[in-house]
Design a protein around this ligand. Structure first.
Ligand code: BG6
Ligand code: MG
Length: 216
């Protein structure tokens, strides 16, 4: 039996680069409220739920809003975000990820999605990748966001694989923490200097497959 029996994938920044659209939509909201949001500040929002992200953005601008206004702003941001996402096509899947998911399928290794996003299914449908996933754990199912391990533990339970036999692919610091707290192998997608808690960090899936996974 291979030590890895299931793979769990974050969505934004791992399967597809939607971070740019989140950034544009949050930045427009910030500018409408009278302040700017830098790319660096936007890094803090990766892997974090919509309402928590809103709180972070508001705190950056030192802006206080009523609960009702917060809900309205979050809804407006999401409408703008989804509008931007509609530009995406199946070609927008990140390089190599489709091939890797095919390789897993051919080898009988189930794949699950573990995302904070409430838009996960819409995005996967848009890029024609929903069919790759044997389970979807998204922002509509979880009650505790990353870095809590809940999202990945639910994925492992759905796939009937013990956490120690799961590998997680994540681009966010909060997501790597979540994977480690779940007792899983954490593969960082991005830079080792940022994802310091990951078991290994790769730039993407272009030169990565099952043989490389089994060697970690
Ligand atoms: C995560 C993103 O995947 O989903 C975060 O990294 C985002 O930036 C979060 O805030 C929630 O997304 P959504 O689509 O429910 O607003
Ligand atoms: Mg991500």
């Amino acid at each position: 039996m291979p030590s890895i029996q299931a793979c769990l994938f974050d969505l934004d920044g791992v399967i597809v680069d939607t971070a740019q659209f989140h950034y544009i939509a949050w930045r427009e909201m910030a500018q409408d409220l009278g302040f700017d949001l830098t790319r660096e500040e936007n890094e803090r929002l990766k892997g974090i739920s919509r309402m928590e992200s809103l709180e972070i953005v508001l705190s950056i601008g030192g802006v206080h809003l009523s609960e009702e206004e917060k809900l309205r702003r979050a809804a407006d941001k999401n409408a703008r975000y989804l509008d931007l996402c509609m530009q995406m096509t199946p070609d927008d899947a990140l390089p190599g990820v489709r091939r890797f998911l095919d390789e897993l399928k051919q080898n009988g290794i189930p794949s699950g999605l573990g995302s904070a996003s409430k838009n996960a299914k819409v995005i996967l449908e848009r890029i024609d990748m929903l069919h790759y996933f044997d389970t979807i754990v998204d922002g509509n199912r979880i009650t505790k966001g990353k870095p809590d391990p809940q999202v990945f533990l639910m994925g492992a339970a759905d796939l009937n694989v013990t956490p120690a036999h799961c590998a997680v692919f994540e681009d966010a610091v909060a997501g790597i923490e979540s994977a480690k707290a779940a007792g899983m192998l954490a593969v960082g997608i991005g830079e080792a200097s940022v994802l310091t808690e990951a078991d290994i960090v790769i730039p993407g899936f272009e030169n990565f497959g099952l043989p490389q996974l089994e060697k970690i």
